[in-house]
Write a protein that binds this ligand. Structure first.
Ligand code: BES
Ligand code: MN
Ligand code: ZN
Length: 496
């Protein structure tokens, strides 16, 4: 969907969308259109007893005075407390309503539509951003879908007198590119997206000025990454680590490192998962997907900061060569791990990637994202990512970034008791905890691979990477969760 901004007269074809608050005077766009159509709008509102509550819609099909196909009034709810995220939702709702109307083009008429505390350009930009986010579809493998079943809306124009709308949108649009990349990665099936092909897609970021480095198994072996390599050894696909370096900040500033779990498919390995629902494990690379999309966003808008995205890409398969429950592996850190459950593989991958990250980049902060545990879905469903950190300042910064973007986080406990659950009789640790607190013991496992003094947070996004049902700005499917969160964390804390 192409999005444009204009302050000129409204186009004479397609649908005209007029958002309204339920309180205060109707906006200029409404008053003008009512005058132009000889009162048709007010008559329709009266006949339908239309009240512009949030998401409520009144469709008025082509009054004779205009050439446009229809006028759609859309409720924005109460103007008081209307937030930037509400503006995005409004844009999303507009697209949701327009798709089934079979319109090819539409204009959102914003003149006079204003919310307290929000600058007019930013308001228009956020409506446009929400519309674009909701327009996403992953339909590359649908070969028989009839044209009439596909959404036809290809042109969305935003009619606003605010000159600042277009440049404001341009910034959000770059972040949107990152969100779409993540959604694409998460949606791809595992026969298409495996460590090698994932790494190849990361290469595309080179165009944006990102330096992309790829490690293969031979290098990882030299580095002593027995923990990561053990997970991938049952797969015919070679494991990879990709580092994406964006150095947009001062030369001497230590970089922020984002680390992602990229299990391109998680069968569980020899500790095989039940077959029901196993197809979901194609998105067990959601952490790596979010990190990759965030790097695209950050590089795309040329952020003034040094940021590195590092992803560990492996496929967890059962095989004659797969690792067994009870195997002991040695991580790059030197610590040994007794692999009690081959399905607790994400932490084994991250153990080596986190260690390598700290050795290679001496980071200012490390934030890892991983679809790590089913237990986090029990605790937080699909509402929040779980945040584990011992650093209160970092927790605050991430929480603020979550609230600003809607990529919400909830802080979870990480204590010595959780670490105690990892004791092994024959190695330095188990890869699983005891009964209960599975997300916290997983975090405690990762903490053993964080050096003293390093500022680190782990985000368990198992409930967030995939969106089980349509939301205002996120269609069902890959959500892109984490991209905006990481981008905003950089913007708010590292850029001048
Ligand atoms: N990838 C899964 C976690 C997961 C489950 C993500 C459901 C998204 C939806 C992870 O590798 C896993 O299998 N975790 C186990 C850990 C257990 C064996 C300690 C789990 O959560 O059951
Ligand atoms: Mn698993
Ligand atoms: Zn997994």
């Amino acid at each position: 969907m192409q999005i444009t901004f204009s302050a000129a007269a409204m186009p004479k074809s397609g649908a005209i969308i007029i958002p309204l608050f339920e309180d205060g005077k109707p906006p200029k766009s409404y008053v003008d259109m009512d005058a132009k159509t000889d009162g048709a709008i007010a008559r329709a509102v009266k006949a339908a007893a239309f009240k512009p509550g949030k998401g409520k819609v009144l469709e008025i099909v082509s009054p004779p005075e205009i050439d446009n196909s229809r006028i759609v009034l859309i409720g924005a709810g109460a103007s008081k407390d209307f937030s930037l995220l509400d503006a995005e939702s409004l844009g999303g709702v507009i697209v949701t309503r327009l798709f089934p109307m079979r319109e090819k083009s539409a204009v959102i008429a914003l003149s006079g539509f204003s919310a307290k505390k929000i600058e007019a350009g930013e308001l228009a930009a956020r409506i446009a951003y929400g519309a674009r986010m909701r327009s996403y579809r992953f339909d590359k493998y649908r070969t028989t879908e009839k044209a009439e079943d596909k959404p036809m809306l290809t042109k969305m124009s935003i009619n606003t007198p605010a000159k600042s709308a277009k440049p404001a949108f341009a910034k959000h649009d770059k972040i949107g590119d990152g969100v779409f990349m993540t959604r694409d990665l998460v949606s791809e099936p595992a026969n298409i997206l495996y460590p090698g092909s994932f790494a190849a897609r990361c290469k595309a970021l080179t165009k944006l000025g990102v330096k992309v480095k790829i490690l293969g198994e031979a290098e990882m072996k030299k580095l002593g990454m027995g923990s990561l390599l053990g997970v991938g050894q049952g797969s015919v696909r070679e494991s990879k680590i990709v580092a994406m370096e964006w150095l947009g900040g001062k030369k001497d500033d230590a970089p922020v490192c984002f680390v992602g779990k990229g299990v391109t498919f998680d069968t569980g390995g020899i500790s095989l998962k039940p077959s029901k629902g196993m197809e979901d494990m194609k998105w067990d690379m959601g952490g790596a997907g979010a990190v990759t999309g965030a790097m695209m966003a950050i590089a795309g808008r040329k952020a003034n900061a040094n940021v590195i995205g590092i992803i560990g890409l492996v496929e967890n398969m059962p095989d004659g060569n797969a690792q067994r429950p009870g195997d002991v592996v040695k991580s790059m850190s030197g610590q040994t791990i007794e692999v009690i459950n081959t399905d607790a593989e994400g932490r084994l991958v991250l153990a080596d990637v986190l260690w390598w990250t700290q050795e290679t980049y001496a980071p200012a902060a490390v934030i890892d994202l991983a679809t790590l545990t089913g237990a986090i879905i029990m605790a937080l469903a699909h509402e929040f990512g779980g945040m584990f950190t011992k650093d209160d300042k970092l927790a605050k910064q991430l929480d603020a970034a979550g609230q600003a973007t809607g990529d919400l986080l909830w802080r979870m406990p990480l204590t010595k008791n959780h670490d105690d659950m990892l004791k092994s009789d024959i190695a330095d640790m188990h890869n699983v905890g005891g009964a209960g607190a599975g997300s916290s013991s997983a975090a405690a496992f990762l903490a053993r691979f964080i050096k003293k003094g390093v500022s680190w947070a782990h985000l368990d996004i198992a409930g967030m990477a995939w969106n089980p049902k349509d939301k205002a700005t996120i269609p069902k499917g890959g959500s892109g969760y984490g991209v905006r969160l990481l981008d905003e964390y950089i913007r708010a804390n590292f850029e001048k």
